[in-house]
Design a protein around this ligand. Sequence first.
Ligand code: NAD
Length: 362
Amino acid sequence: MSHTLLVLPGDGIGPEIVRQGVKLFACLASEFRLDLHIEEALLGGAAVDACGSPLPAETLALAREADAILLGAVGGPQYDGLAREQRPERGLLALRAELQLFANLRPALLFPQLAAASTLKAEVVSGLDILIVRELTGGIYFGQPRGIETLAGGERRGFNTLVYRESEIERIAHSAFATAQRRQRRLCSVDKANVLEVSELWRETVQRVAEDYPGVELTHMYVDNAAMQLVRAPKQFDVIVTGNMFGDILSDCAAMLTGSIGMLPSASLDAGNKGLYEPIHGSAPDIAGQDQANPLATLLSIAMLLRYSLDEGALADAVETAVGDVLEAGYRTADIHTPGTRLVGCEAMGDALVDALRARRR
Ligand code: NAD
């Protein structure tokens, strides 16, 4: 079966890390007989420079047709002065909204070779492998009414609305249960049901969806406790599901458990598991074009792409294992470099990963 993939290099380090991804796709096609058709398009600042829009119509059309999308990163200081609608980040937000990518999957996985890179004690984080499923297109970030108004007397009042419809909760719950089924079959739903009516509905709805997944153990936790547990004993979790704002905050907290932003992938999926895959970091303008960027978050995003959009779980495992092999062999980009390991650039790290994957095949 042939798969159409769209690559969006974007800005800053985006083109160099995505180039390593394209190398990996080429290896998967030639050595593992994956039938891939790859298109490339502009997004973000690169698209503004070329045609004046951060999400050109042609890019959106290709994105709609693709089975999965790999993105580098967008943005950079040269675009900060642009009108809001022309900012690179608007292109990415519009793409997520247009494709209805409502389920954001963010794993926090610590490779044992990098345990020393975490700010937490090695025994707290070694072996860490958790996944946060964040609702991405609803909740307080999108709820109406919203605004800042001036009251009689001149004082101003700011307001936002935290709102979830049952159907929105149901679809993210289904994504989370399905994800947990592929892992250790434990799902923790995080809310604030002791205070918020929205959370009461969230909890009731998640409980109802759970009846469709008898093999998955469901627990509930209040968000304040979840924040504490993530730094106290993060390994108690397998999959966490939560709303947009709670997920935004908790997933950044979980990411830091693993030490380096250059190691963490993400996926944003629609109801049919079509997805946009990207490293969680930005365009790192401070190191762009210097062959210093760590491409592993991008390459691990491809592992997620294989698992969730192409249903190639064994190949996804092989890519993740190859990342472990490369780290075990001592290869390190500058962000994860420690004394006694071998400092390499972005290109060399990409080559090492492809070699390690080939070596596993032999
Ligand atoms: P950033 O993630 O780009 O960089 C933060 C720090 O981490 C920098 O020191 C950078 O050098 C380092 N870093 C990031 N990725 C790395 C990698 N792969 N290897 C080695 N080091 C890496 O965050 P920022 O500096 O706040 O943002 C820079 C630009 O990126 C901004 O324009 C911002 O809007 C944009 N941004 C885009 C996305 C996205 O495309 N999804 C996400 C976040 C930020």
